[in-house]
Ligand binder design. Structure first.
Ligand SMILES: [Zn+2]
Ligand SMILES: [Zn+2]
Length: 291
């Protein structure tokens, strides 16, 4: 991973190495920006305190120093063969799923750290709906590990992107929740990979219906027009490779729409980094991902 990053960063003076721009932009004064710009000061402090104290493993409840113990990570995070484009599980030796061969999505590649199954779907739900921000590190670590192996075992890692973006929330959802879980993970990864992260380039106009509640033919229409590149986006995205971070990926239609908008605004490539990926598009055998 290292050589690709070094080459690309040297060639891109416009991006500040490791710079992180919050939702609402630098010094943003809108509601979303003010909430988010206040939180980062406290979050690392709380996360640092939590890491220094012994705690219960979030999965097996054993006392130890890590929020998810090494035994649980080893037991529940075995790599599975996945489609290189959308990270759907595929039989061993298959590099693309049938859906991606038939209708290639607008994103180029997906790295999924974990299946959306026990215990990870519970941890993602706790991060998303219960403000369990102490899980950002353990889940971020799984994604970092998947990036190093490209999510599928011994495959060589790809060059790093130029820029990391979170999947945006609408203003209303952000105000309700007070934080964006995808942004928390994106920032965590950006700090470790020393890459810039921007939460002010891709905006979400409106909330959409949960994709799994809709028949496949309505999913694209459901997300069409929900996202927009901000006024600041075009010069920053021009010719750049972007990684879009999400906590969970279900059908891929939402990610496809975000990738389409980013490419229309000038991004040269869009890859997805997701913590969990549902096993089946219809969710019959996988736990449903709440959106
Ligand atoms: Zn454990
Ligand atoms: Zn696929």
């Amino acid at each position: 991973m290292q050589p690709g990053r070094a080459v690309r960063q040297a060639a891109l003076p416009g991006l500040q190495r490791g710079g992180i721009v919050e939702e609402g932009g630098v010094g943003g004064t809108d509601m979303a920006g003010s909430i988010l710009s206040a939180m980062p000061l406290r979050l690392p402090l709380l996360a640092g305190l939590a890491a220094a104290l012994p705690s219960l493993c979030a999965v097996c409840r054993a006392w130890q120093s890590r929020r998810v113990c090494a035994d649980c990570v080893a037991r529940y995070s075995r790599a599975a063969p996945r489609c290189g484009r959308c990270a759907a599980q595929v039989p061993a030796g298959v590099s693309r799923c049938g859906a991606c061969l038939k209708h290639p999505p607008a994103f180029d590649h997906t790295v999924a750290a974990l299946p959306h199954a026990y215990p990870w779907h519970r941890l993602v739900a706790a991060l998303k709906f219960e403000a369990a921000l102490d899980l950002v590190g353990p889940l971020g670590e799984r994604l970092l590990c998947a990036l190093q192996t490209d999510g599928a075992g011994p495959a060589p890692a790809r060059p790093l992107p130029d820029l990391i973006l979170p999947t945006p929330l609408s203003r209303q959802r952000l105000a309700q929740r007070g934080y964006n879980p995808s942004w928390q993970i994106a920032r965590w990864l950006a700090a470790r990979l020393q890459l810039p992260a921007r939460a002010d380039l891709l905006l979400r106009h409106r909330d959409t219906l949960p994709q799994l509640s809709l028949p496949p033919r309505r999913r694209v229409a459901n997300v069409r027009g929900a996202f927009e590149a901000s006024a600041a986006a075009r010069p920053v995205l021009q010719g750049r490779q972007v990684a879009l971070v999400d906590d969970v990926m279900t059908t891929g239609a939402t990610a496809g729409e975000m990738a389409r908008v980013l490419k229309a605004a000038g991004a040269a490539g869009v890859q997805l980094w997701v913590v969990t990926r549902t096993a089946l598009e219809d969710g019959r055998r996988a736990p449903r991902a709440r959106e």
